[in-house]
Design a protein around this ligand. Structure first.
Ligand SMILES: NC(=O)c1ccc[n+]([C@@H]2O[C@H](COP(=O)([O-])OP(=O)(O)OC[C@H]3O[C@@H](n4cnc5c(N)ncnc54)[C@H](OP(=O)(O)O)[C@@H]3O)[C@@H](O)[C@H]2O)c1
Length: 259
């Protein structure tokens, strides 16, 4: 039985992860901003047979004090913390110069500050537990040229790069780090994206994964203490394209994302 902290657990991948960990009997501390959604998650977990315990905490990941409080509440209840999944994130579309600064700031504070605050609040508790594991949720766009989605792509490049260095910083503490290079998944993510919607009608058909399958893949990666995980062949091909024909992919993205 592990104690697992998941940020962004009120919908999508974080919600699926919280359900899946609780279903197998692990204790879950689930954070997000929407209290009603967290209450729905708690009810769903409490309806599972033989479920683990659930603690929901309303916390903005960009608020370091709120993240510290979430960790402190988990440790007060269960005496330890074993896994941290820094999942909370938002998307943004629009030009770097003409987008509203408030959108760019929200993206940076969530996808970058939020990940850092989650790690900085949680790692001392992992150390006191004798080790553990951290999961960072990146994206196939981390290595893609993404005009008009540049802030999001760059934020995920930050996450993937951070994962590589953090792994070495925490090695001696017996804390592993998994970088999840994720492709398109059916969640609320697209409809909540900040900025303009782009040429949605002309968007290429990209196959989507289901959040439950993504959660199962992430849990497997944690068990295996994988450094980096890409969950399907389609995304491996995208990564190959990013490496071999980055300019062509960038031009395709330009056509798709520019309004
Ligand atoms: N879906 C995809 O196609 C896809 C592809 C690659 C990577 N990803 C990454 O996967 C992760 C999960 O996204 P998802 O697809 O599951 O989208 P989602 O359904 O929109 O979930 C995002 C979660 O993040 C939370 N969140 C957003 N801002 C927050 C903040 N400031 N503080 C705390 N929580 C916050 C949201 O909860 P509240 O609004 O209640 O706070 C929500 O629970 C993100 O990091 C995303 O970048 C998604």
């Amino acid at each position: 039985m592990s104690v697992v902290l998941i940020t962004g657990a009120s919908s999508g991948i974080g919600y699926a992860l919280a359900l899946a960990y609780a279903r197998r009997g692990d204790h879950v501390v689930a954070t997000a901003r929407r209290a009603d959604r967290l209450a729905a998650l708690e009810a769903a977990i409490n309806a599972l047979p033989g479920h683990g315990d659930i603690l929901t905490v309303c916390a903005d990941a960009a608020d370091s004090a709120a993240m510290q409080s979430a960790v402190d509440q988990a440790v007060a209840r269960w005496g330890r913390l074993d896994v941290i999944i820094a999942n909370a994130g938002v998307g943004q579309r629009g030009s770097i110069v003409d987008s509203d600064w408030s959108d760019l700031e929200t993206l940076l504070r969530t996808n970058i500050d939020g990940v850092l605050h989650t790690i900085r609040a949680g790692v001392p508790a992992l150390r006191r537990s004798g080790g553990g594991h951290i999961v960072l949720i990146s994206s196939v766009v981390a290595t893609m040229i993404t005009p008009y989605a540049a802030s999001y792509g760059a934020s995920k490049a930050f996450v993937s790069n951070l994962a590589r260095s953090l792994r070495l910083e925490l090695e001696a503490d017996h804390i592993g780090v998994t970088d999840v290079i994720l492709g398109r998944t059916a969640t609320e993510f697209n409809e909540k994206r900040l900025g303009h919607s782009g040429r949605a009608a002309k968007a290429p058909i990209i196959p989507v994964m289901q959040a439950d399958a993504v959660a199962a893949g992430i849990m497997r990666a944690v068990e295996r203490r994988q450094k980096r995980v890409v969950l399907r062949l389609f995304d491996r091909l995208i990564l190959l394209g990013n490496a071999l024909i980055p300019a062509w992919i960038g031009r395709r993205a330009l056509k798709q994302y520019r309004t």
